[in-house]
Design a protein around this ligand. Structure first.
Ligand SMILES: [Cu+2]
Length: 342
């Protein structure tokens, strides 16, 4: 009798734990209101997905109001059940060509209001748009007001030249215009989502670590902003042997746990998921873990990572066994490994 009573409870407890883990990842991953895809080419359609990770100091979110910058035209917001959608139209500063016609006015602000998004939940606010002829490298900002049952947050701070956007308390969501030749992949690995990339110039490191037939080259990570709980880990693994091996996990004294993730573009939105079976390295192959692709994820880091630091970790390979490596900590927002001081 007692056993029959307890079994379903144990099952439920298991389910509850899994769900909690997922939510914890989301809320730590996106500290600010940000765009899911932070890079786009000029003269293309752009699906803007605004991620709202929490309320205002614990209070539920009741409205999200987004200003549309000049040059982003033809905005079509996605209605949301339980929210009232309103669009404020106005004249554009100049005339744009769209499908052979001149477009001189359109939405200048969109707002979803009357909702109740609990501080414990995460939601997305979406519109379709067309990004006009911006020069590559330009950062387009979308000042956003998040109004809550109590208080509001104005996500409208814009980094001035030379200023690190990570130092801003409430940065406006940003979209970086990339050139045609740049692969338009959003290099948003969570901790640095959509923030302007600054800092380190590409440098190839010389750190290598070997075990059995495996060579691990140049592990690196990024400095993390104050409250960040996660950090990405990047490196290259070469299998010089005759049989496949697998990176099945890792541990680090600097993190509660370490996961291996994959990123992929789905419907214009970059998503990531843990690789349950690890990452296979075939004989003769080099697998690169890098921003926007496969990566390691340090979860619940014990203290912020600072540029120039070294984060120790132990990689676990299915056949080769454990391998101690050091991740060099690059600048915040860096897209490649830091220069080394040996
Ligand atoms: Cu990840």
């Amino acid at each position: 009798m007692i056993i029959n009573f307890r079994s379903p409870q144990r099952l439920l407890a298991g389910v509850g734990f899994a769900a909690t883990a997922v939510i914890a990842w989301q809320s730590t991953a996106f500290a600010h209101v940000t765009l899911a895809t932070g890079e786009v080419r000029a003269n293309t359609y752009y699906k803007a997905v605004f991620q709202v990770p929490h309320g205002c100091d614990g209070a539920a979110t009741q409205s999200i109001r987004i200003q549309i910058p000049e040059g982003v035209i033809g905005v079509k917001p996605m209605p949301k059940a339980g929210w009232t959608l309103s669009v404020t139209r106005g004249a554009y500063a100049k005339s744009y060509q769209s499908h052979g016609k001149a477009v001189t006015e359109g939405p200048k602000e969109v707002a979803w209001s009357g909702g109740a998004l609990s501080d414990d939940n995460y939601d997305e606010f979406v519109f379709a748009s067309f990004v006009t002829d911006f020069p590559a490298g330009q950062v387009v900002t979308f000042p956003t007001v998040q109004q809550c049952a109590k208080g509001e947050v104005r996500w409208d701070q814009i980094a001035s030249a030379g200023e690190n956007p990570h130092n801003l308390k409430s940065p406006a969501p940003t979209l970086k215009i990339v050139s045609d030749t740049t692969v338009a992949q959003a290099r948003m690995d969570h901790g640095n989502m959509d923030h302007t990339k600054t800092g380190a110039t590409p440098q190839t490191g010389s750190d290598t670590f070997k075990i059995g037939d495996l060579v691990v080259a140049s592990p690196w990570t990024r400095a993390t902003p104050g409250g960040a709980k996660i950090a990405g880990g990047y490196l290259k693994i070469t299998n010089t042997g005759k049989s496949p091996d697998r990176l099945v996990g890792a541990t680090s004294v600097g993190a509660d746990r370490v996961e291996i993730h994959e990123m992929s573009m789905t419907g214009g939105v970059m998503k990531m998921r843990p690789l349950a079976d690890g990452l296979t390295i075939k004989p003769g192959e080099t697998v690169e873990l890098k921003p926007g692709g496969f990566h390691m994820m340090f979860m619940d880091i014990t203290q912020p990572l600072k540029q120039g630091d070294v984060l120790k970790a132990t990689l676990k390979f299915e056949k080769a066994g454990p391998l101690d490596v050091s991740f060099n900590v690059s600048a915040m927002g860096a897209t490649s490994e830091p220069a080394h001081k040996h």
